[in-house]
Design a protein around this ligand. Structure first.
Ligand SMILES: NC(=O)c1ccc[n+]([C@@H]2O[C@H](COP(=O)([O-])OP(=O)(O)OC[C@H]3O[C@@H](n4cnc5c(N)ncnc54)[C@H](OP(=O)(O)O)[C@@H]3O)[C@@H](O)[C@H]2O)c1
Length: 293
């Protein structure tokens, strides 16, 4: 049993709350920007109603033993406002976000040793506040450290597979390679079926090749065939399947382009590896971001 706070209860935060409810025995606090009357999570095995406290301002938050942050990557600055109260007893912070810069994003706010990056595969949507649908099996990968194993133990008895892996860098970069292609859907405003087009297929493989080169420079073990494997993965999906970059662009919401293709460009610059295709994707999608006034 642990006292756990979830910061950001959208699709992933909601799914995590549902899985912790399934694991049982935890005292969960949901940290949200608006009051949450109820949280119902449709898991593949059935719907779970989450029993939890809800707080909407950091000053009402109490210290916990674990913090799980599941905001979008661009909301880290506001999410960090919860940490002084929640981490008053030095709680570790699991970061359930896409990209490869989990620790860098939290570096201004907490000591790095307390941050646990999490790679999460969990196709999930939130249709309204407190209404979350998990569309398939969930899987998480963490570093095979005492912190990673403690995190995995919190989910014992639930349906999620949490795997502590010896080579987390490779796991994170593989996921980034997969995600890098999503920019093409957002750029074309078309779902994954567009990747059946021969010209776009070549572009997708070339974008992944840039990510492979940069990931290898960062220490990831990535095979030359990964681009073809990723293309086959997307071509195996229903042609109308979307992704979050496309969904966010269509909805006029901010896209996580900086944490995805932007990270490839940044890390490429660090190693002197050119990433012109990912750079172009970032530039073109960046001008489509809604402007905050
Ligand atoms: N959805 C998926 O299938 C999926 C799969 C794998 C990985 N991921 C990754 O998981 C991360 C989370 O994505 P998501 O799909 O769950 O996003 P989401 O549905 O937009 O949820 C993010 C939540 O964070 C909340 N939030 C933002 N700032 C906050 C703050 N300061 N305090 C409290 N709550 C705050 C938002 O509140 P509001 O409701 O007020 O906006 C929203 O409820 C992303 O990095 C994403 O790439 C998602």
């Amino acid at each position: 049993m642990a006292r756990i706070a979830i910061v950001g209860v959208g699709a992933i935060g909601g799914a995590i709350a549902g899985l912790l409810e399934m694991a049982g025995g935890h005292e969960v606090t949901l940290c949200t920007r608006r009051p949450l009357v109820q949280l119902g999570v449709a898991l593949p095995s059935g719907t779970v109603i989450v029993r939890a406290h809800n707080v909407t301002v950091p000053k009402d938050a109490k210290p916990v033993e674990w913090v799980m942050v599941a905001t979008k990557t661009y909301d880290v600055e506001s999410a960090a406002k919860w940490l002084p109260a929640l981490c008053a007893q030095d709680a570790p912070i699991a970061v359930l976000q896409n990209g490869v810069e989990h620790r860098e994003r939290f570096a201004p706010y907490v000591e790095q040793a307390r941050v646990l990056p999490v790679v999460i595969d969990c196709p999930t949507e939130r249709s309204a506040d407190g209404v979350v649908h998990m569309r398939g099996a969930a899987r998480m990968r963490v570093e095979a450290t005492p912190l990673g194993r403690n995190f995995a133990a919190l989910f014992a008895g639930s349906s999620v597979d949490v795997e502590p892996v010896g080579d987390f860098v490779t796991a994170a970069w593989k996921k980034l390679c997969l995600n890098s292609v999503g920019a093409l859907n957002a750029l074309t405003l078309k779902p994954v079926g567009v990747l059946r087009d021969e010209n776009l297929s070549k572009l997708a493989i070339a974008m992944v090749a840039e990510c492979i080169a940069v990931g290898r420079a960062e220490g990831a073990q990535l095979s030359d065939s990964l681009g073809e494997e990723i293309l086959a993965h997307y071509r195996g999906q229903p042609p109308d399947a979307g992704n979050s970059l496309l969904a966010d662009r269509v909805a006029g919401k901010r896209m996580e382009i900086d944490a995805r293709n932007g990270a490839i460009v940044r890390k490429g610059e660090k190693h002197g590896i050119p990433t012109p295709l990912n750079r172009m994707a970032v530039a073109l999608l960046d001008v489509q971001q809604p402007r905050v006034h």
